[in-house]
Design a protein. Structure first.
Length: 356
């Protein structure tokens, strides 16, 4: 089995590519929509055909790439039956099995972070992909999205810790640079539920974390309940004729750097990065207005409803979220600058206050 662990720096999310080298069939576990081109390029370079995208749950921190990958590559979107999502090609339950080439995965239901959480385990029980149920020396949260600490404790102990000690565990996230662990390690050393820690101990710990909600939850969860397709998407915008635009399956209108530069005077450009980024090495585009993503809700009233709005950030990820937020606020003529400042700079277009 070919195995690649991929990482999204914006959301600290791991995506896993599993491939059968003999048949060339492959699956992606927890793809991130903003890493679509990366994942497609890797599949192409390795000569693999994507047959399934597997989401471990409805994510709160990023939008899944399952829907757009299905549109681009013809893969099937798979989610847990208890996730409550719409538009999946296959719904899996505890005990379900999936095959790609000569390889197989079995599904283990591991609710607790969400009702629909599942862990995917290779048929030989040598690898398991735990999503947000179990992290390396930690766990996912239980304080939103049907989270329940007692249920998570039981899920981990009965569905993951019962795997062989040497089974390698691959989490959905890591915030410290750790990449892989094992059942044996987590049984002994996990500070939340390993060793002699009981169910009530774990529940008391989790109920007193007092963490802020994920920044992208209001955008990501509704989109992921539709396999990566945001709510309230606009099917056709006649007003979007001011420049050549493209419309993604995720419900986002985008404009490439060259068409934007040619039509810049027709639109209002908002930069949704943080102030230090705006004046940092990448610089900013002349005429842009700085409105950090976290401030967009309270400052949306500063924008003109009658003029097109273009949102930009470092890579195009945060600005895509800004498009969705502004659409929800009643703005219909909103587009994302594809690739953000990274693509703008790479194409050689001018910036202000930027480095060499």
């Amino acid at each position: 089995m070919l195995l690649r662990q991929l990482f999204d720096h914006e959301t600290w999310t791991y995506t896993y590519l599993l491939g059968d080298e003999e048949s060339g069939e492959a699956v992606l576990i927890d793809p991130v929509i903003d890493q679509l081109e990366r994942d497609i390029k890797l599949l192409d370079e390795l000569g693999l055909k994507l047959v399934y995208t597997l989401d471990t749950h409805a994510h709160a921190d990023h939008i899944t790439g399952s829907g757009l990958l299905r549109k681009r590559l013809g893969s099937k979107a798979v989610v847990g039956a208890n996730a409550g999502t719409e538009g999946a090609d296959e719904l899996v339950n505890d005990g379900s099995k999936l095959r790609f080439g000569s390889l197989g995965l079995e599904v283990r239901a591991t609710p607790g972070h969400t009702d629909g959480c599942v862990t995917y385990v290779t048929s030989d029980h040598k690898h398991a992909f735990t999503g947000d149920a179990l992290f390396i020396r930690g766990t996912g949260r239980t304080d939103f999205q049907q989270g329940e600490a007692h249920e998570m404790y039981r899920s981990v102990h009965t569905r993951i810790f019962t795997l062989p000690e040497r089974c390698l565990l691959y989490p959905g996230h890591d915030y410290r640079g750790l990449t892989v662990t094992s059942v044996g390690e987590e049984r002994k050393f996990n500070p939340r539920l390993g060793g002699q820690i009981g169910e009530d101990d774990f529940a008391g710990y989790m109920e007193n974390l007092n963490l802020p909600h994920p920044k992208q939850i209001d955008v990501a969860v509704p989109a992921n309940m539709r396999c990566g397709k945001p709510e309230g998407e606009v099917d056709a915008l006649d007003a979007q004729t001011w420049a050549p635009l493209t419309y993604t399956f995720a419900g986002i209108w985008e404009i490439e750097p060259q068409p934007y530069e040619e039509a810049a005077g027709k639109a209002q450009l908002i930069d949704v990065r943080e102030p230090a980024e705006y004046t940092g090495p990448l610089g900013h585009i002349r005429g842009s207005t700085l409105i950090p993503l976290g401030d967009l809700g309270k400052r949306a009233g500063d924008l003109d409803h009658d003029r097109p709005i273009v949102a930009v950030c470092r890579s195009g990820a945060r600005s895509a979220q800004a498009v969705v937020l502004l659409q929800k606020a009643g703005f219909t003529n909103v587009v994302n600058l594809a690739g953000g400042m990274l693509r703008w700079r790479a194409a050689g277009y001018p910036v202000e206050n930027g480095g060499d």
